[in-house]
Ligand binder design. Sequence first.
Ligand code: 0O2
Length: 216
Amino acid sequence: FTTDELREMRDDLQRFILEYRFGLREVETKIAILREEFQHAHAYNPIEHVTSRVKTPDSIVDKVTRKAIAPDFDSIRENITDIAGVRVTCSFVHDAYRLFDLLTQQDDVELRLVKDYIADPKPNGYKSLHAIVDVPVFLSTGRVTVPVEIQFRTIAMDFWASLEHKIYYKYDSQVPTALLDELKDAADTAAELDVKMERLHRELHGPVGRGPTVLA
Ligand code: 0O2
């Protein structure tokens, strides 16, 4: 490659990633608005925290290799839909679904794919509600549509997933069976905790999301 060609490739890659950053920002803004408006209208905040990331070029290359995707921008754009990712951690399971509905029903958001690992957990115990949405981003060159993966989960699900992720990497994907069993057990305990916490919350406050009722 000539220096000019290399510079052009670098510029193309930077622009490619930039669009995902903008898509992420659109979704983050939508979540921030819902959070603030919810607090104002219902005196209740259904979101515990929000994190987001754009996949690193290394991680994109890993996935291109792993999934045998053609190494050009169009194929990557078409086949890797989690380059931009947002994780919304909610207090209760009910809130995770409610946030999913509120976001995906907005008329500039197009729902491309849903994977409901809350209703149908992965065999290892992983739970979360995943949505791939297309959002519009307006650039000086016109409108582009950017896919963003949004994961909705509870604090208990998030706690479990982050520990499982660490264990998975520590053992380089070869986690001993006994530990896998314990993780599955911990996922069941986390799910029980979610049910208990939501029931307690409902007892105190009525249907989840309403303002607190006056207690005797
Ligand atoms: P990170 O850290 O988020 O970048 P694939 O992405 O191809 O591996 P698929 O079917 O396209 O899988 O996506 P899926 O099943 O919707 O899940 C992708 C993301 O969900 C992962 O992204 C994780 O964030 C999360 N996830 C899925 N399964 C598990 C699991 O068993 N344990 C944990 N801790 N997280 C999980 P990345 O890209 O792997 O990671």
